[in-house]
Design a protein around this ligand. Structure first.
Ligand code: FAD
Length: 378
């Protein structure tokens, strides 16, 4: 039984007091729980008992490589599933501060038990990835967002599929491979994965088992720092592509990996005039291009009482450079974790080029650069 503090009841508006019977049982309970969400009370009993918020409990933890962790998560009932290639947002509390990060499930979208598998590579200095790699245990409850993203297979499956990944970028394309296999897809699939060495390939046995079970699936492991073992050595290039998928020009290619690999593959497809055949997912943000011409003005972080000279970089980076720690997630405009109110000034959205001069507008700090003086409510 949840006990409500007396002041809680005083905050209810008269309309909500007078017409309790017109409300659904859930909204009535929510009214009574105001100003806290019902889920905040339920979390005291069991964090997996939620009305609105989606959460997930870690049911299994594995360390497939020295610097990564694979988590199996069981979501609460609000989970509606995902499409192979999409990502979810994970809310993780580290040292009392909640952080949000994006992770792409690595399992089939058809997984029978409704659980999702995430593989997370620990980045040097990375807050969330290191925390989960070191401390995640079965029973840990995390906040979970609905699946999102457009990096997915076309509804009408292509005749041939080339999946290219490197490092932690293996996850969304592995999900695509599992999903195609579960569908009984019969077209040719090549899964070309780049890693430093054999010891750096998460899900290696799983990949080899898929290739073993499906005649149309070929798994090619390319090692950049290991000259023996594996199928290919060195970095991506035309020779690799011709060796493993000579039909690549007629296939749809899905790519996710570190910036160097992404650049090489993109350049290659653009050079071949086949950029439309290449579908990409970025895990790390591209550097924000500084505006042409002179950078001027000052950024005022009103709530923190800090003012700094405009350096021209994103407002998120400028806030961090000024010693502030605003919340962020993807740093590339996907997750909206860094949204804040711009009180005044002019900003440019670096993704869309849209210029915003209105006061009291919510903007995404990670993809907004200031044009002159800007004041933010952080
Ligand atoms: C759509 C999407 C899906 C993703 N899926 C996965 C996934 O399946 N598995 C996975 O391991 N990661 C994935 N990521 C990356 C993940 O969201 C985090 O960025 C990563 O775990 C680092 O977070 P952190 O809190 O440890 O690092 P932070 O504390 O945020 O950053 C610490 C340092 O690491 C650098 N850094 C942050 N992220 C990266 C990165 N991705 N690559 C290189 N340097 C980085 C930062 O610039 C900073 O210097 C995905 C990202 C996106 C946008």
């Amino acid at each position: 039984m949840v006990q409500l503090a007396p002041r809680t009841a005083q905050r209810l508006s008269p309309a909500r007091w007078l017409s309790p019977l017109k409300q659904s049982p859930l909204s009535l309970v929510e009214s009574l729980a105001t100003p806290h969400a019902v889920d905040s009370y339920l979390a005291l009993v069991n964090p997996m008992l939620t009305v609105r918020r989606m959460r997930a409990v870690v049911t299994e933890v594995q360390h497939p490589t020295a610097d990564s962790v694979t988590l199996t998560l069981k979501p609460t009932r609000q989970w509606k599933g995902f499409e192979a290639g999409q990502f979810v947002q994970l809310g993780v509390v580290v040292d009392g501060v909640r952080h949000t990060r994006c992770y792409s499930p690595a399992c089939s979208q058809y997984r029978g038990d409704g659980r999702i598998v995430l593989t997370i590579k620990a980045h040097p200095e990375g807050i969330v990835s290191n925390h989960l790699q070191r401390h995640a245990r079965p029973g840990l409850v995390l906040d979970l967002g609905a699946a999102d993203g457009t990096f997915t297979l076309p509804q009408r499956r292509p005749g041939k599929v080339l999946l290219v990944s490197g490092g932690s970028g293996i996850t969304p394309v592995l999900s695509m491979l599992h999903t195609l296999c579960d569908e009984g897809y019969t077209g040719d699939v090549v899964f070309l994965h780049y890693a430093y060495t054999a010891n750096d390939v998460p899900h290696r046995d799983e990949l080899l088992a898929l290739a073993e079970r499906h005649d149309n699936v070929r798994v090619v492991l390319a090692y950049t720092d290991q000259q023996v073992g594996g199928d290919l050595h060195g970095f991506f290039g035309k020779a690799h592509l011709e060796a493993v998928a000579p039909w690549w020009a007629g296939a749809e290619t899905f790519l996710c990996g570190p910036p160097g690999l992404m650049r090489s593959v993109r350049d290659f497809y653009e050079g071949a005039g086949l950029a439309a055949k290449l579908h990409v997912e970025e895990f790390a943000p591209a550097p924000v291009a500084l505006p042409d011409g002179e950078v001027s003005g000052a950024i005022t972080f009103a709530r923190s009482g800090v003012t700094a000279e405009n350096s021209g970089s994103s407002l998120l980076e400028q806030a961090e450079a000024a010693g502030l720690t605003p919340e962020y997630g993807c740093r590339m405009g996907i997750c909206f974790s860094c949204t804040a109110v711009k009180k005044s000034g002019c900003t440019t959205n670096v993704l869309t080029g849209a210029v915003d001069t209105d006061p009291d507008r919510e903007i995404q700090l990670c993809i907004s650069v200031p044009n002159g003086d800007v004041a933010l409510d952080i």
